[in-house]
Design a protein around this ligand. Structure first.
Ligand SMILES: NC(=O)c1ccc[n+]([C@@H]2O[C@H](COP(=O)([O-])OP(=O)(O)OC[C@H]3O[C@@H](n4cnc5c(N)ncnc54)[C@H](OP(=O)(O)O)[C@@H]3O)[C@@H](O)[C@H]2O)c1
Length: 273
């Protein structure tokens, strides 16, 4: 595995396993539990030690599946990220939410705890009062945010007693909003890694530039899409797959490099092509 440095001097794996849709989407799906746990275990065996989940995934059930899969490994070898939903962003809400997440994950701490979306109603100062306590008492190793704009990130930086570890946002070859709105540039200025979600979604794999380069390099379109992200300074990503072949395919993006010319060609491809 390769790592990106976090502002606190520790490291985060550049490739993690997304888990949205494992154990259900907006409601729980218990029908494929053993299969999903097996897939997560095999993914960890392949090298996906960074698992990204959230309390809302499968209405809590995804965390239970991640927790079951974690039992096959040493806790210290895993990097577990979960997220508190904006509905729970009050002081008491955050405290209750982490208790629930830790119980479902069956662990004493999470490596990274993200505010899933900025709350429209609850001031960040209240949310961070609780987040700071969770870091102080060791239940949370690092705090981060998700779907934040630059202004919201700056406020989070000011309120957080420890370094904000990441902003998890949608970023892929066909979705460059974080470039246009300055979030990627701001993260780089602050030495905060940006976690790109949905790296292969939304027509990325069918894009002509990706297909042509994949054929020329003898790799898959997904490897091109993922490699383009993780080769950028300060960018990590968390593709989700429930298919072992795709999981192997995606992690192989760590094993080759795009030339500066290829990176530039992909930089210039994208929206509107
Ligand atoms: N913070 C947030 O608000 C937020 C929002 C969205 C997502 N996320 C996180 O980011 C993770 C990734 O994002 P995502 O799930 O939206 O999108 P994604 O990982 O870009 O795409 C997942 C889809 O791509 C397919 N896929 C994966 N690898 C493939 C490959 N090599 N070849 C062909 N198809 C492939 C998967 O199908 P198969 O299962 O068939 O491979 C699945 O349908 C999520 O799982 C979640 O953990 C966070």
């Amino acid at each position: 595995m390769q790592y990106e440095k976090l502002p606190d001097g520790t490291q985060i794996p550049v490739l993690g396993l997304g888990t949205w849709q494992m154990g259900g989407g907006s409601s729980a799906d218990y029908s494929r539990d053993d299969e999903m746990v097996g897939i997560i275990e095999q993914a960890v065996d392949m090298g996906y030690t960074h698992l990204d989940t959230a309390e809302v995934y499968g209405k809590n059930h995804c965390e239970e599946l991640v927790g079951r899969a974690m039992k096959a490994f040493n806790r210290g070898d895993l990097f577990i990220t979960t997220k508190v939903s904006p509905d729970h962003a009050t002081y008491d809400g955050v405290h209750n939410a982490i208790q629930g997440s830790l119980k479902r994950l069956d662990t004493d701490y999470v490596d990274l705890y993200l505010i899933h979306w900025p709350s429209k109603d609850i001031p960040q100062s209240e949310t961070f009062r609780a987040m700071n306590e969770l870091v102080a008492d060791g239940r949370v190793r690092r705090v981060g945010v998700s779907n934040y704009n630059v202004e919201q990130m700056q406020e989070a930086i000011d309120l957080c007693d420890t370094a904000i570890a990441t902003n998890q946002v949608r970023y892929n070859l066909l979705d460059r909003k974080v470039v246009q709105n300055g979030v990627l540039g701001f993260c780089r200025e602050q030495s905060i890694p940006l976690t790109a979600y949905s790296p292969v979604k939304g027509g990325v794999l069918e894009h002509a530039a990706v297909q042509v380069m994949a054929r020329a390099r003898g790799v898959s379109p997904a490897q091109i899409a993922i490699r383009w992200l993780i080769q950028q300074p300060g960018v990590i990503t968390i593709p989700m797959s429930q298919d072992l072949k795709h999981l192997r395919d995606n992690i192989a993006a760590l094993s080759f490099e795009l030339s500066p010319e290829e990176m530039e060609r992909l930089d210039n491809a994208g929206i509107g092509d």
